[in-house]
Design a protein around this ligand. Structure first.
Ligand code: 13P
Length: 293
C-alpha cells in the first residue's frame, strides 16, 4: 500500500537535498504514466489535479483511480489538489481522499490569506494525515482557472513568511520567487534565488526541515536553474504545462501520422509513452531516483 501524505516525503527530500516531482494530470492515462514512471525509477511521487479536471472527473472518481493505482505501487504516491481558491471544494477533495490540499489564498489580502488557509489546514488536520500547502505572494502566468499578469505577480515577503506559516498552520509552503505558470515569455526568467534561500533559512533554519518549500512553474526552467532551486531547499517541484503540451502534441501527431487507423488504444499508448519520457526527465533532474524507502 503506497498511499502517502506529502509532509514526511518532502521533509526527507529537502533533508537529503533532492526534490519530489509533482505532476499535474488531466486524464487517467497521464496518471498511469506518472505512477508507472515513479515505480520504474523507484521514487516517491506526487500526482496533482488542478480544479477543472477535479470538477470534470469528480474528486471521488479521481480518488478511486488513484487509490487503485497507488495501492499496488511499490513507491509512495500522493494525490494533491493544486491551486484551489474555494474552501468548500478543498474540503470536498480532502473528504474524498486527496492526501494533500493546496488552498490558494494568494489573491486575498494578507490577513484573509492567513484566515482561509487556516480554515482549510484545521479541517484537513482534523481529518487525519492530510497535508496542506499555502502560498504567499503570487505566481505569474496561467494555471487552470487562475491568471496573474506577470507584471502583477508579487514575490513573497520573507519578513511575512514565518508569520504566515505559523498562523496559517500549513505543512508545505510555496513562496513566490519569480517562477511562472505556463510557457516562459523570456529565455532567462528572473528567479530570486536569494529570496528563496532567505525564506528557507527563516522557515527551516540550519537545514532543520519542518515546513518543506514548494517550487511552482516548473515547465521551461533550465536544468541549472532547477538544480540551484533543489540545492537551496526546494522539496516539491510542480510541472503542469509540459504534460499538457505533451498530451496534445502527441495526440495530434499520432492521428496526423495514422489518419485512417481509428484506434484510440494506440493513441493512448503513444500519449502514455510520451508522458513517461517527460516525467523521467524531471525525476532525473530532481535527483529523486532510487529514493523510495
Ligand atoms: P507549469 O505549468 O509552469 O509547469 O507550473 C506548474 C505549477 O506550478 C502548478 O501549480
Amino acid at each position: 500500500m503506497a498511499i502517502a501524505s506529502a509532509t514526511q516525503m518532502l521533509i526527507d527530500a529537502a533533508t537529503g537535498k533532492y526534490c519530489i516531482g509533482a505532476f499535474n494530470i488531466t486524464c487517467f492515462v497521464q496518471m498511469e504514466a506518472v505512477i508507472e514512471t515513479a515505480i520504474e525509477k523507484r521514487t516517491p511521487v506526487i500526482v496533482q489535479t488542478s480544479v477543472t479536471p477535479a470538477q470534470f472527473h469528480t474528486p471521488e472518481v479521481i480518488v478511486a483511480v488513484y487509490r487503485t493505482l497507488a495501492e499496488r505501487a511499490s513507491v509512495p504516491v500522493c494525490l494533491h489538489l493544486d491551486h484551489c481558491e474555494e474552501i468548500d471544494f478543498c474540503k470536498r477533495c480532502a473528504d474524498a481522499g486527496y492526501t494533500n490540499i493546496m488552498i490558494d489564498g494568494s489573491h486575498h489580502d494578507y490577513e484573509q490569506n492567513v484566515r482561509v488557509t487556516r480554515e482549510v489546514a484545521d479541517y484537513c488536520h482534523k481529518l487525519g494525515d492530510v497535508s496542506v500547502e499555502g502560498e504567499l505572494g503570487t505566481v505569474g502566468g496561467v494555471e487552470d482557472q487562475i491568471s496573474v499578469a506577470e507584471d502583477e505577480a508579487q514575490l513573497a515577503d520573507p519578513k511575512l513568511a514565518a508569520d504566515f506559516v505559523n498562523r496559517s498552520g500549513v505543512d508545505l509552503f510555496a513562496p513566490a520567487i519569480g517562477t511562472a505558470h505556463g510557457v516562459y515569455v523570456t529565455e532567462n526568467p528572473k528567479i530570486d534565488f536569494e529570496r528563496f534561500a532567505t525564506v528557507q533559512q527563516i522557515i527551516n533554519p540550519n537545514g532543520n526541515i519542518r515546513i518543506p518549500l514548494v517550487v511552482h512553474g516548473g515547465t521551461g526552467l533550465k536544468p541549472e536553474v532547477v538544480k540551484r532551486l533543489v540545492a537551496s531547499g526546494g522539496a516539491k517541484f510542480n510541472v503542469s504545462t509540459d504534460l499538457k503540451h505533451t498530451l496534445i502534441d502527441t495526440t495530434f501527431n499520432y492521428i496526423n501520422d495514422h489518419r485512417a487507423e481509428y484506434n484510440p488504444g494506440r493513441v493512448d499508448k503513444a500519449v502514455k509513452n510520451a508522458i513517461k519520457q517527460r516525467v523521467a526527465y524531471y525525476i532525473d533532474l530532481l535527483g529523486s531516483e532510487g529514493k523510495a524507502k
